[in-house]
Structure formats: structure tokens, C-alpha cells
Ligand binder design. Structure first.
Ligand code: NAI
Length: 373
């Protein structure tokens, strides 16, 4: 947490940035980086929403709980407003709680970041439980290789195509329906500031992952997310309000991405290549760059042909992708740590849970129960 805060501060203020930000999915990954960038780049008051297990006396909470406790403590120290709601963002109840909190404390929000990544969603209207899956669509089984991260060995992977129901379910979880419900609810309650920005995160990635990602079930959900962005953008503009955007981000180690077959091995290769070229970034570098060079600071969004902001531009550089293609067929268990940067993948993964940080005595007794101040 402190490393991310220090990074944003080191880059200087982001002018004309958000003043009151609502971050959905604020406890880890890109959402956490968005919260830190809004708060420490632009001095924004932030409300964070997430789904984490809180700590209890003698019982550990999940990593995102401690991330948020760390953020709250830092924000308090630095005189920044920070409140959080831990609950199911897909539910009407949490939407109501957030609206009440905005009305009571902030009156309106001018930035809504939609950064949820979830394995399931209970639909607030039908009560149906939709489960997302990571599978190819179409008729062909996806065959590739991946790294078994428990044993650090390369293993083959074969994934059968999704059924129509699985595609529908994945779109229901990771598509744009809930994002739209949020914006409608905030708008109807009058808590969306004129000129507000809302943004959701997308991924495209390299051809080696396309069959399971870009053209897979999650890719279908992302198409729905993009269509939703266009609709929301038109609605917000028609009301004289702001803009709804999609940003395509870089592949990075997060709890969500580690669950995707093939992606950990691709990330290990990518890190090696991007570090050698001096263009490697983590979530905080990505989001700070997005806010500082595209969303705010007097800059405008550098839209691609489909109207999306791109901060995966360095990942997708032809020279980077050529090298990925070159080393991909050569990767074996024996050379995993030399031709890819699997060591960094492991380090980054452990760091998500607070492990492997210098200066920490991991043998010391600690009180696991931490409250959000
Ligand atoms: P993450 O796993 O680090 O974070 C997910 C967040 O969603 C957490 O704060 C979690 O508490 C919250 N959440 C999950 N279910 C919830 C629920 N029911 N109610 C409230 N909060 C809930 O995920 P990550 O990787 O940061 O993903 C965020 C977005 O960024 C996703 O749309 C993902 O597709 C996208 N993205 C991720 C990339 C990556 O490589 N990690 C690359 C490009 C885009």
C-alpha cells in the first residue's frame, strides 16, 4: 500500500482530477490502484466497495481487507476522506448503502470506477446465481500449455468449449449489466455530478491467449462491457453529464488474472521482455499513467478505432509481441526461470498477500484483527 502511495506521490499532482470518487472493486488489483491514484494524485475523497472477509479476533481476513485497512490508516494520517462498504456490489442493498453514504458525506461523485472481477453474481432481479467461466467458445477444444504454479512445472492444458448457458452466465457476471445498474441507480438518486466520468477495464492480450480469453467466454463478457460503455456514454451525454469509458489495460498479476489458464505463463514471458526494454509497469504505474496522460491533467483520451483508451499500448507493441511469439514455443520446465521471468511472477503473486516484502519479520506474532478506521 505504502509503495503504491509513494509511487503516485513521486509522480506529482494530477490536475483537474476527480474530487469525489466511487471505486467498485477497490480492495485489490486495478481498483485499488485507481483508489490510490484518485486520492494521492488528485486529493480525491474516495468511497471503496469490495467483497472481502473481514478479520476477526484470532481469524485472518482476506488480503483486500488488510489493503483497505492500510489505505484507511494512510488516508487518515494524510487528511484524506476514505470510507468503504464491504458487501456484494451486485446487490440492490449495497447500491442503496452507497447512495446513502454519498448523500450524507459527499453529495455527489464525479468518478465511478467499475473494477469488479468475480466468479459469480446473484442477479438482483431474478435471484439466479450466474457463475463465470474461462473457456473457449465455438466448437474447438483449446489446447495450449501453462505453468502449474504450485509445482512450477509446465503442463499441457486442454479446455472444452463453453456451452451457450456458460457463455450467458459469464456475460451476466463480467459483462456490463451491473455497471449499467450502478450508473442508473446513482443517476436516479441525483448523486452523479454533472460531467462525471465512469470507466471500466478491459483486456485484449496476445494471440496465444485469444482462444481462451479474447474469443472466449470472458471475451464475450468484455464485448458486452464495451457495448454498455457506448450506451452509457450516450445516456450521460444526453443528460448533459459526462462520459463512460473503457480502458484496455496490461496483463498483470492479480488474484483475478492468476485464475486464468495460460495467463500466468504469458505474464512471466511478458515481464522478462518488458523489463529488458525498460517498459514494465504494475497496476499503479498503469493507472497513474491513465489518469495523468489521458483522463485528467488537461489531456484527452487517446481513443483507438473502437473508442477505447489504451494503456496496454506498451504490452501490445509489435516488438514486444514478436518476442513473446518467439519464446513461447521454447518454454519448458527446465528453462522456465531463465527464458521467462517466472521468479517475478512468483514474487508479485506473494506480494498480493503481503509476503516477500523486505524488512518484515514474518515470524513475529501479530494481531490479525484489524478494523477499518
Ligand atoms: P482483482 O481480483 O484484483 O479485484 C477484484 C475486485 O472486485 C476486488 O476488490 C474484489 O473485492 C471485488 N469484488 C469481487 N466480487 C465482488 C462483489 N460481488 N461485490 C463487491 N466487490 C467484489 O481483479 P483485477 O485483476 O484488478 O480486475 C479488475 C478488472 O480489470 C476486471 O474487469 C478485469 O477483467 C480487468 N483487467 C484485468 C487485467 C489483469 O491482468 N489483471 C488486465 C486488464 C483488465
Amino acid at each position: 500500500m505504502q509503495q503504491q502511495i509513494d509511487y503516485v506521490k513521486s509522480k506529482g499532482p494530477i490536475k483537474d482530477g476527480p474530487k469525489n470518487a466511487l471505486i467498485l472493486g477497490a480492495s485489490t488489483g486495478f481498483g485499488l490502484a485507481s483508489r490510490i491514484t484518485a486520492a494521492y494524485g488528485s486529493g480525491a475523497k474516495t468511497i471503496g466497495v469490495f467483497f472481502e472477509r473481514p478479520s476477526e479476533p484470532d481469524r485472518l481476513g482476506t488480503a483486500g481487507w488488510y489493503n483497505t485497512a492500510g489505505f484507511h490508516a494512510a488516508a487518515k494520517r494524510d487528511g484524506l476522506y476514505a470510507k468503504s462498504i464491504n458487501g456484494d456490489a451486485f446487490s440492490d442493498e449495497v447500491k442503496r448503502q452507497v447512495i446513502d453514504l454519498i448523500k450524507a458525506d459527499l453529495k455527489q461523485v464525479d468518478l465511478v470506477v467499475y473494477s469488479l472481477a468475480s466468479p459469480r453474481r446473484t442477479h438482483p432481479r431474478t435471484g439466479a446465481v450466474h457463475k463465470s467461466c474461462l473457456k473457449p467458445t465455438g466448437t474447438k477444444t483449446y489446447v495450449s500449455k501453462t505453468v502449474d504454479t504450485d509445482n512450477s512445472v509446465i503442463v499441457p492444458v486442454a479446455i472444452e468449449p463453453a456451452t451457450e448457458q456458460e457463455i450467458t452466465d459469464t456475460v451476466a457476471v463480467m459483462g456490463g449489466e451491473d455497471w449499467e445498474m450502478w450508473i442508473e441507480a446513482l443517476n436516479a438518486a441525483g448523486v452523479l455530478a454533472p460531467g462525471a466520468t465512469t470507466i471500466a477495464y478491459d483486456y485484449i492480450g496476445p494471440e496465444v491467449t485469444w482462444d481462451v480469453y479474447h474469443h472466449g467466454t470472458i471475451g464475450r463478457a468484455k464485448i458486452h462491457l464495451r457495448q454498455t460503455a457506448k450506451r452509457l456514454d450516450a445516456q450521460l451525454k444526453a443528460h448533459g453529464y459526462g462520459r463512460a469509458l473503457i480502458s484496455v489495460n496490461k496483463a498483470l498479476v492479480t488474484q483475478a488474472s492468476s485464475a486464468i489458464p495460460v495467463v500466468p505463463l504469458y505474464i512471466s514471458s511478458l515481464y522478462k521482455i518488458m523489463k529488458a526494454k525498460g517498459i514494465h509497469e504494475g497496476t499503479i504505474e498503469q493507472i497513474q499513467r491513465l489518469f495523468a496522460t489521458q483522463l485528467y491533467n488537461g489531456n484527452s483520451v487517446n481513443f483507438d478505432s473502437e473508442g477505447r483508451a489504451r494503456i496496454d499500448d506498451w504490452e501490445m507493441r509489435p516488438d514486444v509481441q514478436e518476442e513473446v511469439k518467439k519464446i513461447w514455443p521454447q518454454i519448458t520446465t527446465e528453462n522456465l526461470r531463465t527464458i521467462t521471468d517466472y521468479d517475478s511472477y512468483e514474487t508479485e503473486f506473494l506480494k498480493l498477500f503481503g509476503f516477500g516484502l523486505p524488512g518484515i519479520d514474518y515470524d513475529a506474532d501479530v494481531e490479525p484483527h484489524v478494523t477499518l478506521e
